[in-house]
Ligand binder design. Sequence first.
Ligand code: SF4
Length: 127
Amino acid sequence: MNRSDPQKPSNWKAYKKGMCEGCWAGCCTLPLEVSAYDLIRLGVITEDEAAVSLKKVAKKLSKEGVIQSYRANSGLFIIEQRGGRDCIFLDEKTRQCTVYEKRPEVCRTFPKIGPRPGFCPVGKGPK
Ligand code: SF4
């Protein structure tokens, strides 16, 4: 597998079954936008907290290092990245999702929906 740059969707490869085997999980280095429902499913907030105020939720999760920002106009939260690259839920060594059963909706639909639908930043990752 070649190295790939997730920031350049024009270089991505068309998704094929089995492609994730041995991949470095470049898709888990893309900015991850999640909803309040995703955060509840992940278990980082409660339904009650979400019902009271999403701004308060954003403040709490930002302090805890779970999100990097909140977009009040869309109600979406951006999950924090380790070292400015990996999703914080990605295991650095195994390159596997540590919250797979509870992963956000956008992770479930990728690459059907994403920066380049049907294509992946597959490969061994940057040096
Ligand atoms: S939640 Fe899991 S599947 Fe989604 S980007 Fe993070 S590590 Fe990848």
